[in-house]
Every structure is written in structure tokens, then in C-alpha cells.
Design a protein around this ligand. Structure first.
Ligand SMILES: Cc1ncc(COP(=O)(O)O)c(C=O)c1O
Length: 399
């Protein structure tokens, strides 16, 4: 079936929650992906930070196939080995002590919010409010959308849960201003992704930790987009030396299969008892086997160091763009391969033109071109992207 026919069916049968360009992706290799008609694209958005090893990495494919041949699903009524081994691995890698597996980022955050509330219930303390940051993104469920400080995601679902309070990212005083003694937790992305690659300052994250310690509040880091190597360290909190009480992961964790994780320090984790929280699919053996393979490749192929170096290179190239088009570029924000180019104008026309020229990029927060390429991207591919971006910008500026 051709793309046109498929898209026509999609428009008649699927709920129209996504706005997508008129092409159907068919297969991929490395950082390249092809549509049904055979057109090739360089993917610089990587399935929104999911395809960190690119498409069809042989070790991920092998892990999935082997595990699928053994057992695909057994529910959480029974133990499965990949889930247990992955839990151990994540604890060894992180500052957390115990893991709960979910199916997505939003679900991992739901678990974190429930755990934080239960932690204080257990102590008979009346603390249940959650402080979140403006321009954050924590998911689309009712609780996580209440914690998502972006009005367009919230407006059709008002009134939202009243226990969520908004503060300003990188502004500690604003957190103190919305605080009251019923606050249980602060949830924050150390680096905001959907909000436009906004990098948390050291002062802010250190200040949050200190404030949480002083006021008996839990600190939740949502590392769903910025964690697992994306910034050149395994976890973004390692750039700051600030440890959260709870951390959430998802996106690249299982090499493209759905898997989320909530990792918590022992004092918090231990309040969840059998039956307090659960999921049918979370910690599925195939997803967990893929995740074990992903973490192995991340470490063995030295991808964290590579990610840092390539991020620096990407930044230099974007600075050249800024020199050539100073009126168009407001700011460049880069940490590892989490790359944001803030424009002085709306960016969707650039995204569309880049697509026509065979590059998948994305625009977030209206004016920020966002690049989240697979960590295996090569410098030559970054060169190609930047050259094409300059062509597109020239066309737009002089049209
Ligand atoms: C920081 C962050 N948290 C949570 C989510 C929600 O994850 P999911 O779409 O897997 O529910 C996202 C998704 O973009 C995200 O970037």
C-alpha cells in the first residue's frame, strides 16, 4: 500500500491527536530512515530522544528476538529474569536504591507522584502538594498534565488536580513563594526538553536540594528526556552533583520498546508495599532485555564520551550559523546531544523545508529548533545537517 492510501485510512479511522507530515516511515538503519516510497531521511530527532542507538541496532534487535523466542509476557504475577537484572543494573548505575517499571514516561511520573504522597501518608503527615515548573513537560495523564507547566496541554482539561503548584524554572525564590507546609515534592527536569532545551543552573538545582532538605520535601528529577546518556553523562543530575530522592526514566531505555522506570532512594521506595501500585505490562521481559542490551552498548561503545565531544562539535557548527545569520538566532543551548537553537521567529517553516531536503528535526516551544540525534551520529552527518540548515535559512531569509 502506498503512503497516500495509508494516510487516507489514518484520517478516517484514527483519532486525530497528531499532526504529521505526509510520509509513512518504513525502515531505518543507523541514523537514517526511509519512507514507503524509498525517500531517505537523516533523523536528527531520534524518535524524540528514543532511538539513541539509531534504528535497528543489531544488539537491540538480537536481544528482542532472543527474548521474544523465550517469553514475551508473563504479567507481574510472576518473576521474570530480564526485569530483575535490569532493576539491579539501574540501581548500580544511579543514586537510587530500588526500581519500579512502567510502560512510559508519564506512567513513571505517575508512580513518582503517588510514591511521594504515600511517603508522607505513611508518616501521618498532611503533605500532598506537588510543585512543578513553568514550561515543564511530564506527560499527558491527568496527574502528569497537571504537573506540565504549558497551558496548551492543560487548557482543555480544566479544572486540573488542585494540589499542583507552578513555580518558575531556574528561579529558586519562585519555588519558595509557592511553597506551603502541605508540599510533598518538587518535580523538575534538570534540563527541560519540550520547554525548549532549557538547562537548569547549578545554583537552582543545588538550591532546590537544600530547600527540600530543610523543609522535608522530596525532590523528583524527571530524566525521561535528558537521562540515559543524552547529555554526555549517564544521568543529567551527575552534571550538578545533586541527587534526587526519586528519578524517572523512559524514552531510550528499551531501545525503542515502551518502558519507563521510577528509581527511588530506599527510605522512600520502602513505603510501596504489595498492592500499593502496579501495572500489567510494566517491566515486560522483552522490553527489559532490550534495555539491558541498550545499557551494555552505551557503556561498551564509550557513547557518553562520544556524546560530549559531538555535542561540542554541534555547538561550534551552530555558532557558525549564528555568525552568518545573527538576526535569526537568539540563543544556542547545548548539553551533550540535547541541542536547542532558539530563533527570533517561529521555526515550523524551517522544519518543513528540512524535511523536504531529507532531514528530520523538530521545533518546540514555537521558536526552538530541537535536535536529539542518535548518540551514534557522526560529525560528517552533523556537517551535512548544518549545511542544509544554512541553505534552508537562506531560502527563508531571502524569500
Ligand atoms: C521530560 C519528559 N517527561 C515525561 C514525558 C512523557 O513521556 P511519555 O510520552 O513516554 O509518557 C516526556 C515526553 O516527551 C518528557 O520529555
Amino acid at each position: 500500500m502506498e503512503s497516500k492510501e495509508l494516510i487516507n485510512i489514518e484520517q478516517n479511522f484514527l483519532i486525530q491527536t497528531f499532526k504529521r507530515p505526509a510520509m509513512v516511515l518504513d525502515h531505518g538503519r543507523g541514523i537514517k530512515v526511509w519512507d514507503l516510497e524509498g525517500k531517505e531521511y537523516y533523523d536528527f530527532i531520534g524518535g524524540i530522544a528514543v532511538n539513541s542507538l539509531g534504528y535497528s541496532h543489531p544488539k537491540i534487535v538480537q536481544a528482542i528476538c532472543e527474548q521474544a523466542g523465550k517469553i514475551i509476557h508473563c504479567s507481574n504475577l510472576y518473576y521474570n529474569a530480564p526485569q530483575i537484572l535490569l532493576g539491579k543494573k539501574l540501581v548500580e548505575l544511579s543514586c537510587g536504591d530500588r526500581v519500579f517499571f512502567a510502560n512510559s514516561g508519564a506512567e513513571a511520573n505517575e508512580a513518582a507522584i503517588k510514591l511521594a504522597v504515600k511517603y508522607f501518608k505513611e508518616q501521618n503527615k498532611d503533605k500532598f502538594k506537588i510543585i512543578y515548573m513553568k514550561n515543564s513537560f511530564h506527560g499527558r495523564t491527568i496527574a502528569t498534565v497537571a504537573a506540565t507547566g504549558t497551558y496548551k496541554y492543560q487548557k482543555d482539561y480544566l479544572p486540573l488536580l488542585p494540589s499542583f503548584k507552578e513555580a518558575i524554572f531556574n528561579d529558586l525564590q519562585s519555588v519558595k513563594d509557592v511553597y506551603d507546609e502541605k508540599v510533598a515534592a518538587i518535580i523538575v527536569e534538570p534540563i527541560q526538553g519540550e520547554g525548549g532545551i532549557n538547562i537548569g543552573t547549578e545554583d537552582f538545582l543545588e538550591g532546590l536540594r537544600e530547600f527540600c532538605d530543610n523543609k522535608d520535601i522530596l525532590l523528583i528529577f524527571d530524566e525521561i528526556q535528558c537521562g540515559l546518556g543524552r547529555t554526555g553523562k549517564m544521568f543529567a543530575y551527575q552534571h550538578y552533583g545533586v541527587e534526587p530522592d526519586i528519578m524517572t526514566l523512559a524514552k531510550p531505555l528499551a531501545g525503542g520498546l515502551p518502558l519507563g522506570a521510577m528509581i527511588a532512594k530506599e527510605k522512600v521506595a520502602s513505603v510501596f508495599k504489595p498492592g500499593d501500585h502496579g501495572t500489567t505490562f510494566g517491566g515486560n521481559p522483552v522490553a527489559c532485555a532490550a534495555a539491558l542490551a541498550f545499557l551494555e552498548v552505551l557503556q561498551e561503545d564509550n557513547l557518553l564520551m562520544e556524546c560530549q565531544l559531538k555535542g561540542e562539535y554541534f555547538q561550534e557548527k551552530l555558532e557558525e550559523v549564528e555568525e552568518k545569520f545573527p538576526a535569526l538566532v537568539k540563543e544556542i543551548r547545548v548539553i551533550g546531544l540535547m541541542v536547542g537553537l532558539e530563533l527570533t521567529r517561529e521555526g515550523s517553516a524551517i522544519v518543513e523545508k528540512m524535511l523536504k531536503k531529507g532531514f528530520l528535526i523538530n521545533c518546540t516551544a514555537e521558536k526552538v529548533l530541537r535536535f536529539l540525534p542518535p548518540l551514534i551520529v557522526q560529525k560528517e552527518e552533523i556537517d551535512l545537517l548544518v549545511k542544509t540548515l544554512e541553505e534552508v535559512v537562506t531560502e527563508i531569509v531571502f524569500s
